[in-house]
Structure formats: C-alpha cells, structure tokens
Ligand binder design. Structure first.
Ligand code: FUL
Length: 506
C-alpha cells in the first residue's frame, strides 16, 4: 500500500502546487542560463570565419602578373596569341619573386596563372592553350603554380592563385560547358600544387569581345550566376579549407580604387550586392556579412604586366600605401611584374628590399612592450580568462582587454619611466567577436601632466583588425617623432563594449 502511495502523493503535490522550474508532467526543467564561466563578451555580429581570420593576418602580400601579356606588351590579351609567343629568355623563377616579397616584409603572394587571354601557365588538361606548346624549352618546362607553391613552402610564405574566370581564348566561353569542364576544372587542377592556398583571386572582368576559338565575337554573361560560384566555393573549401574566395567568391571584398588606399573609416561588415565604387573603401557599419577589404595596387608606374621602360614607385610611396591600407583595416596585395626573363627586374627587387627596411625600421620595434598600461575599467574576470590591460602588450593575439558589457567609452593609458620617441600608435580589436569601435582620440604627454591631442586631420573612427595612426597626422612625412612619457587612447564610442588585443607604439 505504502509503496503505491508515494508516487501518487508526489504527483498530487505537483498538480496542486507547481514549483518554479518543475513541469507538470514531473520532468524537471533546469533554469535556462547560457553558461559563460569566462564572462566572455557576446559577439557583435557579423564575425569572421576562421579562414577569414587567417587571411586577414596575412596583411601584406604580393601580386605577380606574368604570362602571355609579358611577351606581347598587352594588358588584356585578346585570346588569339600563338602559344609560341610565350618564350621566356630564362627559366621563370618564382622563388626569386617570393624571396623579394619576403624581403619587402610580405607574408605571401598570389601568382596569376591564367589571365583573360586564357593562356595557362601549367600543363592543364582543359585546353591546349598552355605552356606545353610555348616557344622554347624554358616555356615548355615551366609550371608556375607548381614552382610558386614549392617556393612559398620553402620560404615559409602563404600562396594563392589568380585564375581569370573570363577566358577570351575558349570557344566554349558563355556556355555551361565552359564553367563545368574548363573553369571549375582549372581551379580543381590547381589543388594538386597545394591544398593550403590562402586565397583564390577572381577578377571582375566578365565577358566582352574576344577570339573564342576563332569566333571573334562578343559574349556576355551574368556574373552573379554564370560561374556557379557557391558550388565552386564549397568544392574548393573541401580540399583547400583555408582558401578565401575573393571578389565574386564572397569572402573578401575589393577596396575598389586600385590606388593603394582604404577609407579611414573602414568597416569589415558589408552587404552582398554592394556597390564597390561606393562602399569598397569603407564597408558598412550595419553590414550583414563579414566581408573584409583587400586593396590591390601596382608597385610600378605602367600596367599590371611588365612593360619596357617601366619603373617601380619609391619605397617611401609604397610605405604610404602600406599605412593607408594595412593601417586602415584592409589587406594590401601589391603587384610586382616579372619581366621577359621570368624574374623581377633588379630595380624592382631593390625597392622591395628598401621597403622591407623601412617597415622594419619604422614599425619593427614596439615601444608599448615596455610600457605600463592602465585603463579606466576592466571587465569582471571569468574562471579562466581575465581582461586585464596587460593583455594588450603581452604579444598574444588571443588575450584581450575588455570592459563590462554596458560600457561604450574608456581610456587606455601607456606610460614609460624614461621618455620614448614615438611616431605611430597601432590598435587591434579582438575582431573574433566583431568590429566595434566607432570613434576614438589619441593624446600624448611629454612631462606626464600636460596632454596634447595628436593625429591632426586623421579620422579617428574605426579600428577593426588593425589601425595605424601617425601621431603627426601624416602618412607621407615620417617626421622626427615626439618624445613622450605617456600616450592615452580614449575610446569615444563603440557599438558594444570595446575589446582590444594589442596596442603598439613605434
Ligand atoms: C582586373 C583585371 O582586368 C586586370 O587586368 C588585373 O588583372 C587586375 C588585378 O584585375 O580585374
């Protein structure tokens, strides 16, 4: 009898007096809290994918336009060039290209392996218009993607390929067969040279007149659907998981001016179908997608491809490009054209070495490492994670300083016992949780008491992955710097509580 009564009694109690958190059918509901033992700030959407993070950290990389045009002097080959016209005067040497890029302070490179003329710089099964029918043994033995990937691996650099979707040689261009049997296959073929490609670059040229196997007509396509990009993207990611699909691939956006600068205000969020000519440089604060900007620019004064009589820009000009792109939350892909010998000309290599020297000398020694950092507020620490200010100068990109959730303004103050000579301050948000900062200001003090606002004329708005602020306001004049005992960053506005993983002073 008793045995039977107990469950009934419990059941009746439940019916008569429902307990908070107890369902009437007897199943207990646990209180609904999202466990956050580390008190981590919530993400401010959108946020980057793991592959976009790795891509962004590449920061500065080279573009190498080399191919049929190198031998015809054209920028856009028509597609009817005889294969024998491709005749390097020596064995093309991608290792020399990448060595120079490394000396210039770059972390990787992208080689054009097929431009709009359709000539492929590797022995492809998709077309006979390729190096195996080139004009001499140097041509016939070359394989640019193979040698480029091997050189990159040897030098510890990242690599990727530019492969033009538009093909002015192919008779099939404009049909579905071109997409499935030529273009997609060419992208797939490239994976045999390495699956750790960091970016695949598709230009925006989408049809027009061309040779097209002798038809010599005009073909237009709708680039929003023609190349079957979603399918291509998924297929590439399956074999090359870290490969960001640029442009129409939807994982990084074109900054759009090809002149080596990004907007001072530059959001990584953006909307699909954006107008690059309007938004490329700036992004959209309320964008729905993480679509960070990449700035492509020429380091020489003529075209993307090599032209007789060209000369490189000066290292100082290229340093300005760097400050105005990498220093404004974009990546910089800087183009250096190999010449007819398949190597970079000496003048180009010299400038690349000079540029590397400038970067090392001006941005190579972080004075913040020795500073004491104090902040107006520290976020309540979690079980294993704390948000202390020293996270900003510990050299670890995975630790960050944060305020509590409701805070939108804060100060970060660096002080040195002995004065240091400073030219730049660089800030890096912990973007894994979204881009947040909208406005800030920078002040310095020479004596520890009187503060002066710096960076005249600079829009101190967004930060993002990285923002480099010239204290004298100039990206062109290095100047003498300022002897300072303190530097203060005041965050004036932020979409959510600010998170910084690194503050550097140079
Ligand atoms: C553009 C191309 O049309 C140019 O020739 C060059 O390759 C540039 C980087 O991309 O879309």
């Amino acid at each position: 009898m008793i045995k039977k009564l107990i469950p009934w009694a419990l059941f009746l109690t439940g019916v008569a007096m429902p307990m908070p958190g107890t369902a009437q059918n007897g199943f207990a509901l646990k209180p609904q809290t999202l466990a956050n033992p580390d008190n981590e700030p919530a993400e401010e959407h959108p946020v980057p994918s793991e592959r976009q993070m790795k891509w962004q950290e590449t920061e500065f990389y080279a573009f190498f336009h080399y191919g049929m045009n190198t031998y015809t002097g054209q920028e856009w080959g028509y597609g009817n060039e005889a294969e024998s016209t491709f005749a390097p005067t020596a064995a093309p040497n991608p290792e020399q290209w990448l060595e120079a890029a490394k000396a210039a302070g770059m972390r990787g490179g992208i080689a054009v392996v097929k431009h709009h003329d359709g000539f492929c710089l590797w022995p492809t099964a998709t077309t006979t218009h390729n190096v195996t029918r080139g004009g001499n043994d140097f041509a016939r033995n070359t394989n640019i993607p193979r040698d480029f990937a091997a050189a990159a691996k040897k030098l510890g650099m990242k690599y990727g390929f530019y492969i033009s979707p538009w093909d002015r040689n192919s008779a099939l261009y404009g049909t579905d067969k071109y997409v499935s049997d030529v273009f997609l296959r060419q992208c797939a073929e490239l994976a045999q040279y390495g699956t750790d490609q960091f970016e695949m670059w598709f230009d925006g040229a989408n049809g027009g007149d061309g040779y097209y196997g002798g038809a010599n007509d005009r073909r237009s396509i709708d680039n929003t659907v023609y190349y079957d990009i979603p399918n291509l993207r998924d297929s590439v990611h399956k074999v090359c998981p870290d490969c960001v699909m640029w442009g129409v691939g939807g994982e990084a956006r074109w900054i759009g001016n090809e002149a080596g600068w990004a907007g001072e205000t530059n959001w990584s969020p953006e909307n699909r179908g954006f107008a690059p000519e309007k938004n490329g440089m700036y992004g959209s604060e309320d964008g729905w997608y993480w679509l960070p900007g990449e700035s492509d620019a020429k380091a020489t004064n003529k075209g993307w491809f090599y032209h007789d009589g060209e000369s490189p820009r000066t290292a100082e000009q290229l340093f300005t490009f760097y400050l105005e792109t990498v220093g404004r939350n974009a990546t910089l892909i800087l183009n250096f054209p190999p010449d007819k010998s398949g190597a970079l000309p000496e003048a180009t290599v010299n400038v690349m070495h000079e540029l590397g020297g400038l970067l090392k000398q001006r941005l190579g020694r972080d004075l913040a490492k020795k500073a004491k950092i104090e902040v107006s507020e520290v976020r309540t620490k979690g079980k294993r994670r704390s948000y202390v200010p020293k996270n900003m100068n510990d050299g670890d990109k995975d630790t960050y300083w944060a305020t509590n959730d409701s805070t939108r303004t804060a100060t970060v103050t660096l002080t040195w016992r002995k004065p240091v000579n400073a030219h730049y301050v660089a800030l890096q948000e912990y973007i894994r949780k979204g881009q947040r900062i909208r406005a800030f200001k920078v002040e310095t003090t020479a004596d520890g008491t009187e503060w002066t606002e710096r960076a005249p004329g600079v829009e101190c708005t967004t930060v993002g992955y990285k923002r480099i602020i010239p204290l004298n306001g100039s990206t062109k004049e290095y100047g003498d710097g300022y002897a300072i005992k303190g530097l203060r960053i005041t965050i004036l506005d932020s979409k959510a509580c600010p998170l910084l993983h690194t503050v550097s002073v140079y």
